[in-house]
Design a protein around this ligand. Structure first.
Ligand SMILES: [Zn+2]
Ligand SMILES: [Zn+2]
Length: 157
């Protein structure tokens, strides 16, 4: 994603942009987060003496994988942004690449634990079926294997 900062010649000048932005998928700690649709990007770029200050928001949709049942599901995202680029880090003032900054903003919006629904049942720990779709006859109590031995012992008495 490139922006042209050439017109911001004086300190105190600014411009506003409303554009669509298509982020690449993010590989986040080996969890791939897909972003198939364009994101809406609203930016205000303000020129300080040696810096350009970017504020605004980015809005769109992630496709996440549920950490319990592994189903993919969409999640709306809206993240405020605020970053600064120094004049000395810019090679071509008419074509400033801000993709890496936007990516950092998006990474902050990725939930550490994603659930397709609050009460997602996930998989049965014994037979492995998806408990959101089917039910099984396994005992749903998570019995500690050492406790199970003890339980057997008492049942034999
Ligand atoms: Zn789920
Ligand atoms: Zn089961």
């Amino acid at each position: 994603m490139y922006v042209n900062l050439g017109e911001l010649k004086e300190k105190g000048s600014f411009k506003e942009l409303s554009i669509t932005y298509n982020p690449d998928n993010i590989d986040y700690f080996s969890r791939e987060v897909k972003m198939p649709e364009d994101f809406e990007l609203n930016l205000t770029i303000y020129r300080e003496s040696e810096d350009y200050i970017f504020t605004g928001s980015i809005e769109g949709e992630f496709i996440l994988e549920c950490s319990r049942c592994l189903e993919k599901f969409p999640q709306k995202v809206r993240q405020e942004l605020n970053f600064t680029i120094s004049r000395q880090d810019i090679k071509d003032i008419s074509k400033v690449n801000i993709s890496s900054y936007l990516k950092e903003v998006l990474i902050l919006a990725i939930p550490i634990k994603a659930l397709c629904q609050e009460e997602c049942q996930g998989f049965c720990s014994q037979c492995g079926i998806n408990l959101n779709e089917e039910s099984c006859n396994c005992s749903q109590e998570d019995v500690d294997p050492r406790m199970a031995k003890l339980q057997q012992f008492f049942e034999q008495e």
